[in-house]
Design a protein around this ligand. Sequence first.
Ligand SMILES: NC(=O)c1ccc[n+]([C@@H]2O[C@H](COP(=O)([O-])OP(=O)(O)OC[C@H]3O[C@@H](n4cnc5c(N)ncnc54)[C@H](OP(=O)(O)O)[C@@H]3O)[C@@H](O)[C@H]2O)c1
Length: 333
Amino acid sequence: MGINTFKALRVNEDKSGKFTRNIIERKFVDLPDNDVLIKVHYTALNYKDALSAVGNKGVTRNYPHTPGIDAAGTVVESKTPQFKVGDKVIVTSYDLGMNTDGAFAEYIRVPQAWVVPLPNGLNLKECMIIGTAGLTAGIGLYKLEMMGQNPEQGPIIVSGASGGVGSMAVGILAKAGYQVIASTGKENVEKFLKNIGASEVVDREFVNDDSSRPLMKPKWAGGIDTVGGNTLSTLLKGCQPGGSVASCGLVGSPNLSTTVFPFIINGINLLGLDSANFPMKERQQVWNRLAGVWKLSDLDSVTTMSKLEELDPYIDQILRGKLKGRVVVEMGA
Ligand SMILES: NC(=O)c1ccc[n+]([C@@H]2O[C@H](COP(=O)([O-])OP(=O)(O)OC[C@H]3O[C@@H](n4cnc5c(N)ncnc54)[C@H](OP(=O)(O)O)[C@@H]3O)[C@@H](O)[C@H]2O)c1
């Protein structure tokens, strides 16, 4: 890296609409003119990053672009009194890596409103193991509990349990005292899921009810769904009266076909999770829990470390639903 340049992954679109990825040297002057310049020490891979990396215009409208919605690092320049040079900070979601140059780079420049001081109890690497995936799972539990959910009511089901959001959800629910039913389509992940706190591991088909019944015998007290489609519909049908199901993902399908019966007969609450725009005050409360009472005892066990140059196969795996846990990218101090 030259003194005026830094390393970044860049996704390009050619005239025929084909997308390619390269690691290039970028100039600091080409970063957006925002409040806080951050040296990225760690970033992580999320499903949304993979979509951006392959040219999904629903995530990123214009290319060339640098994906990366999660960053943990040190402030190197600040135009705002809230942050000073040397502060350790994290940025997750908002527009980072979507239509703002993201964290698959040695530096990002972002608005002050997106920056969260490093929570007490976590280091920069741990923050990226948790990342947007863990924040989303944390928002899920926060919202379930706002609706009155508690461990005495019974187990919480997590779909897509071995993925990033799913594995973090299993871990934090267990830390918070819940029994967790982990639903997965992968073979050989039972030990992994039980190690992070699942009390029961079920096959994905268990949450794919294809009967025309509007309701099922209750099998769980609440749920966190990363899959969408018929999985979400099944989670609603099989939820115990008064329970809540939080929806965050669409890896199976963005569609939802349901009747109103789970809502009007069983009083089920369907809760939406949007980590990108989750308000800062509550975001900090969730981070404090992720750093404290909800902190997984062995965060490394859900983590695969990568270098920026090694990300391609992981991007491919996450798009095929094959990735287990979290991939964290070490960018260097
Ligand atoms: N709303 C928000 O704020 C927010 C924030 C973060 C992520 N998300 C969304 O949440 C979802 C998960 O993200 P992630 O980063 O955790 O991705 P991920 O690591 O790929 O996890 C998704 C998991 O879902 C399961 N899965 C994949 N394809 C499936 C299919 N066709 N049918 C059923 N299950 C399938 C797999 O787990 P198993 O093999 O264990 O079943 C996979 O590992 C994505 O849709 C992402 O966009 C939303």
